[in-house]
Design a protein around this ligand. Structure first.
Ligand SMILES: Nc1ncnc2c1ncn2[C@@H]1O[C@H](COP(=O)(O)OP(=O)(O)O)[C@@H](O)[C@H]1O
Ligand SMILES: [Mg+2]
Length: 277
């Protein structure tokens, strides 16, 4: 089953130019898709079409088979496609952790007998396992913890699609790694994940990479196809991931390594070469 279907989608904020300019895109349930592209290329506009915050001027968007322009589907679409944004301080609404997580499901009318369980499960899923954490104050949390909490708030609504719109952009390396790990775990358990990012290293962790430019999809494939394509990436002013650059530099110096997307697999191959010598 497809989770998301864009068919010839055009959208503009002000008629002067199209923020999305003819996007056709199909994302299957359970995919982990990274979306790359420069500032203003249409990434956030695309994301907002998935949960009907925006609707197309022309074309159609189906989210879990529901037309985002059908008012009767809005409720189910919003519940099923949760978004987490860049700035952790912009999206938390409650003073206490448990109230923050309960906010979404409460608004959905989840009965109070079930709320407590939802809150606990959602906090567990983002790695907050200590029961006392539920009564912590949200403003005392680190940026990474706030983003995990924002994800927990979305998870408590039991969505099938999670959209992260540059959710790691304001985090330190540890916070970024933590968020990425959670995204991967959720995906491994069946969640469809759309991750908008500026980091080529993060994109390398996805199962599919899409690149946007001026509202159009200009690359779409596996990380190996898209992130190792030096010509295309440089024409889009994107850098190759670090491990790819290092693999290429080693090859140029006559060291027989293959191209690696991630550092640990490159490290492994280098070590096995070393022990074979
Ligand atoms: N609220 C808005 N009003 C007018 N123009 C906007 C608005 N949001 C985005 N745009 C324009 O739409 C285009 C795509 O923006 P956006 O989807 O935010 O790109 P990205 O997320 O890739 O940086 C840009 O040209 C941007 O200036
Ligand atoms: Mg954006």
């Amino acid at each position: 089953m497809t989770a998301i279907d864009f068919e010839g989608v055009r959208f503009s904020y002000d008629d002067s130019k199209n923020a999305l300019d003819g996007v056709t895109l199909h994302i299957a349930a359970g995919e982990f898709v990274a979306v790359l592209g420069g500032n203003g290329s249409g990434k956030s506009t695309l994301a907002k079409h998935v949960n009907a915050l925006l609707v197309p001027r022309t074309g159609t968007v189906l989210t879990l088979g529901m037309d985002t322009q059908d008012p009767d589907s809005l409720y189910l679409i919003r519940q099923n496609a949760g978004m987490v944004f860049q700035n952790p301080d912009d999206q938390l609404v409650a003073t206490l952790v448990e109230n923050e997580v309960a906010f979404g499901p409460e608004n959905l009318g989840v009965p109070s007998s079930e709320l407590e369980l939802r809150v606990r499960d959602a906090l567990h899923e983002v790695g907050f396992r200590d029961a006392s954490f539920a009564t912590h104050e949200t403003n005392a949390l680190s940026g990474g913890q706030k983003q995990r909490l924002a994800i927990a708030g979305v998870l408590a609504m039991e969505p099938r699609i999670l959209i992260l719109d540059e959710a790691t952009a304001m985090l330190d390396p540890r916070g970024r790694r933590g968020l990425l790990r959670i995204a991967r775990e959720l995906n491994a358990n069946g969640m469809t994940v759309i991750m908008i990012t500026h980091s080529m290293e993060e994109a390398a962790q996805a199962s599919r990479v899409i690149v946007l430019r001026e509202g159009r999809i200009v690359a779409d494939g596996s990380p190996a196809q898209v992130l190792c394509d030096k010509e295309t990436l440089s024409s889009l002013h994107l850098r190759l991931p670090f491990a790819v650059r290092l693999s290429l530099a080693l090859q140029q110096r006559g060291i027989p390594v293959s191209i690696h997307l991630d550092e640990s697999s490159l490290e492994e191959e280098l070590c096995s070469l070393n022990s074979a010598m």
